[in-house]
Structures are given as structure tokens and as C-alpha cells.
Write a new protein. Structure first.
Length: 230
């Protein structure tokens, strides 16, 4: 189930409190092989029911998973819309924190979380290119850029971004996450051997990584699939 915002140009408290004046309901079947399936894939809907508030420019303003009594549902929806309103204020204030690299990275991440992927990618590329950006912000931008590209199904671009990142960095949380993401991308492409090799290398290089448990879960399954193909 998706809820589409008709008009987002005026978000005062009265409108936020009167959802019926602000929202248009659209019920979709996620398995219809048409618009419902396309929408659920685009916004990574993984459980039902899911209630989305989608802006006219195809960003997620709010998301609610599962059933809830009407008062709780309205409260959650209003809270989600308020967060989106705060997000828009941060966008409007963006020029004022041009030198706050962490804040810029956080804003780019929020664009990604709301599926404003083109907007996030633009901001992440700028952070990567700016010489004044701290290393941890630059590294985070590389990882987030790869994530954004994966969400757009630009898998080859995501691989390229990750490999470029690996030329300038060999340690740190963002780097570890990027290598694990690379293995996931190879899996998504059906390149099981590359995925297995990446996970084996990860296990050797980062035995104490918080992600090592994920590696130990994924790798045996991939190795079984490779053995079955022999």
C-alpha cells in the first residue's frame, strides 16, 4: 500500500494533522507483475503491509511497516512527515554548512535512505573530490556512493567505486563495509567465485571485524553452490 503526497509545497501543522487533506491513497499488489511489483522493488519493500508516503519527486517522506490502531498509525504518520519537513529544512540550509563535512555526509545519507539516489550521488561525489574533506568523511562517502549505486541497480558502477576506494584506503570501518558490499554485489551478479574469493580475503584480512559473522554465514553457502556446479 502506498500513499502519495499530492502537494508538498505547504506543510504547516494543520495540514500535517489532517492527513485526509494531504494524502491520496493508492493500494498496490506487490506481486502483480506491474506497477505494484515495480514500486515495491524501487523502494525495497520487504514486508507487508507497508505504508509509504511518496513525494511527487519519488522520495520517501515516511514509511510504516505493519498494522497499527488508527491513533497510533496517525501519530506515526505525523511523526514521519515532521521528520521529512525537518529534512527539507536541512536541504534549504545546506549552503550554511558547506564546511561541515560530516553534516554534508549525513544529509547525503538521508537522501539515500529516502531513495533520493540521484541527489545523494551528486553530494557524495563532491565529498569524495574535495581535498579538504576529512579522511573518515571521504571514506564514508565512497562507501555510501557504492550503496547508492547498488540501490539504483548500477552494479558495475558500484564495483568500480569500491575498487577505486581500495586504491587509496586499506583499513577502517568504511573500507571493511565496502569490501563486504563488493562480495554481495558479486553474488547479485551471479559471480559466485568472485564473491567467495572476496569473502575469503576479507576473513584473512579482517578477522576481528564486526562483519566477520556475516562472512562466516555467507561463505559456506556460496562454497556449497560452487561445489554443486563441479
Amino acid at each position: 500500500m502506498a500513499i502519495i503526497i499530492r502537494d508538498t509545497s505547504n506543510r504547516d501543522d494543520e495540514r500535517a494533522g489532517r492527513l485526509e487533506r494531504m494524502l491520496e491513497e493508492l493500494r498496490l499488489n506487490t506481486e502483480d507483475g506491474a506497477d505494484g511489483t515495480k514500486l515495491s522493488t524501487q523502494f525495497a519493500v520487504s514486508s507487508l503491509p507497508t505504508f509509504l508516503v511518496i513525494t511527487p519527486d519519488n522520495m520517501v517522506a515516511a514509511m510504516i511497516r505493519g498494522f497499527a490502531p488508527a491513533p497510533d498509525f496517525v501519530k506515526s504518520m505525523n511523526e514521519g512527515l515532521q521528520k521529512y519537513s525537518d529534512f527539507q529544512k536541512r536541504i534549504a540550509d545546506e549552503p550554511s554548512f558547506a564546511n561541515d563535512y560530516q553534516k554534508r555526509l549525513d544529509l547525503a545519507r538521508e537522501f539515500t535512505s529516502r531513495f533520493g539516489l540521484t541527489q545523494s550521488e551528486t553530494r557524495l561525489r563532491k565529498l569524495i573530490a574535495e581535498k579538504g574533506a576529512p579522511v573518515e568523511v571521504r571514506d564514508g562517502a565512497y562507501y555510501e556512493l557504492a550503496v547508492s549505486q547498488v540501490l539504483q541497480n548500477h552494479l558495475d558502477d558500484a564495483i568500480k567505486t569500491t575498487l577505486q576506494f581500495g586504491k587509496i584506503q586499506k583499513k577502517g570501518e568504511a573500507y571493511e563495509r565496502s569490501r563486504f558490499l563488493l562480495a554481495q554485489i558479486y553474488m547479485q551478479q551471479g559471480n559466485l567465485m568472485a564473491a567467495a574469493n572476496e569473502l575469503r580475503l576479507f576473513r584473512t584480512q579482517f578477522p576481528n571485524s564486526p562483519l566477520i559473522r556475516n562472512v562466516e554465514v555467507m561463505l559456506p553457502g556460496i562454497e556449497r553452490q560452487l561445489s554443486a556446479k563441479k
